[in-house]
Design a protein around this ligand. Structure first.
Ligand SMILES: NC(=O)c1ccc[n+]([C@@H]2O[C@H](COP(=O)([O-])OP(=O)(O)OC[C@H]3O[C@@H](n4cnc5c(N)ncnc54)[C@H](OP(=O)(O)O)[C@@H]3O)[C@@H](O)[C@H]2O)c1
Length: 341
């Protein structure tokens, strides 16, 4: 089968950073679906896994990246209960397994759902990783009610125009009924976050606590930080309300000054979208449930899909361009690729 992969971890401008390959089609394990991949989306995690390592590493079998796919089930493992051949599905997958930059991919049925009825593969592929991250961060980690009992509370979403922010704004606004303040640093990204449902926009190039004071909202109940944790940590400590909650998703480079949170008894929590699949937690199938719920919300027009750019076909040259764009840190919404040459 066709695939795009790497043997060495190289800067994206190196022509061997991502290669067009032919590899063997995998065989499903008991709970696996074998999926014919029709469309994929790229995420910053792809670029982080691909990036050069401190000591050079050479893989003996190609590393296949990609954790956002949509496609058709073409075979099922012996213990699969919820899917059959011909189902149209979408999923983020498991970071410890080969990803979706390949014509066929294995994914555990517990972290898969049927694509939204009203959407094609392009639109569906844009959704899973960012929706799972946003849902888990807001409702599982920050503990916000998804049925509106926290209505009227406030949330600051840092990095609002990116893939995760675009979904998080929509969920916080339409399901949780929160007042959403999102950050964006450019005219285009500011317009986008308003379109997603933010009622206020502040600029993350300035300290966000100062920016919040300037718009008359000096403190917020919740903060979801989807960008540079080190940069924003002191301002988050100032801007969070006493007994408020902060969730971060991006690794810190330096130790975080956690003591800044103690006077206000602030809860700090991480979100990592791959925790459930990586550790096969007892509630791993919650990700399948979340994706089903997201499909319903898209079908009843509560959520809009967040496709920014679409590219055809899926090959190494186009994926290198997509990685370069993501590495600029200025992507709005999602970049989706579809079709094999
Ligand atoms: N832990 C997890 O499970 C998990 C899951 C998904 C993503 N992530 C991580 O979360 C981050 C965001 O992911 P994504 O898919 O949303 O990325 P993305 O789509 O590439 O985000 C791009 C956006 O980030 C904004 N941005 C850039 N630098 C910023 C800064 N210093 N402060 C605030 N915003 C900034 C930009 O806004 P402007 O153009 O307006 O400047 C741009 O719109 C990535 O690092 C990703 O690896 C973690």
């Amino acid at each position: 089968m066709k695939a795009v992969g790497l043997f060495q971890y190289l800067p994206i401008d190196h022509e061997e950073s991502l290669l067009d390959l032919h590899i063997d089609q995998p065989e499903p394990g008991p709970r696996d679906l074998l999926i014919a991949v029709k469309a994929i989306a790229v995420n910053p995690v792809d670029t982080k896994v691909r990036a050069p390592k401190a000591k050079p590493v050479t893989e003996t079998t190609p590393k296949i990246l990609g954790w956002d796919g949509a496609g058709e089930v073409i075979a099922t493992g012996s213990d699969v209960k919820n899917f059959q051949v011909g189902d149209q599905v979408y999923y983020a997958g498991d970071i410890s397994r080969p990803g979706c930059y390949s014509e066929y991919q294995l994914v555990d049925e517990r972290i898969v759902a049927r694509i939204p009825r009203t959407q094609d593969y392009f639109a569906a592929a844009a959704l899973p990783l960012t929706s799972l991250t946003a849902w888990e961060a807001l409702f599982d980690r920050l503990g916000i009610s998804s049925s509106g009992t926290d209505a009227g509370k406030s949330i600051l979403i840092i990095g609002g125009a990116g893939g995760v922010g675009s979904i998080a704004i929509q969920l916080a606004r339409s399901l949780a009924k929160l007042k959403v303040i999102a950050t964006a640093s450019r005219t285009k990204s500011s317009l986008w976050v308003k379109q997603m449902g933010a009622s206020h926009v502040v600029n993350h190039r300035n300290p966000v606590d100062e920016e919040l004071k300037d718009i008359g909202i000096p403190e917020v109940d919740y903060i979801l930080c989807l960008a540079d944790t080190d940069q924003h940590f002191p301002a988050m400590a100032n801007a969070i309300k006493p007994q408020g909650k902060i969730c971060c998703v991006v690794d810190n480079r330096e130790p975080l000054p956690m003591n800044l949170l103690k006077p206000k008894s602030v809860t700090f929590v991480w979100e990592f979208m791959f925790t459930r699949s990586r550790f096969e937690t007892e509630d791993m199938d919650h990700q399948g449930w979340i994706l089903n719920r997201i499909a319903e919300l898209v079908d009843n027009e509560t959520l809009v899909t967040t496709v920014g750019d679409t590219v055809e076909p899926i090959n190494a040259a186009n994926l290198r361009l997509a990685h370069r764009q993501l590495e600029s840190g200025r992507t709005i919404g999602k970049i989706v690729l579809a079709g094999w040459e």
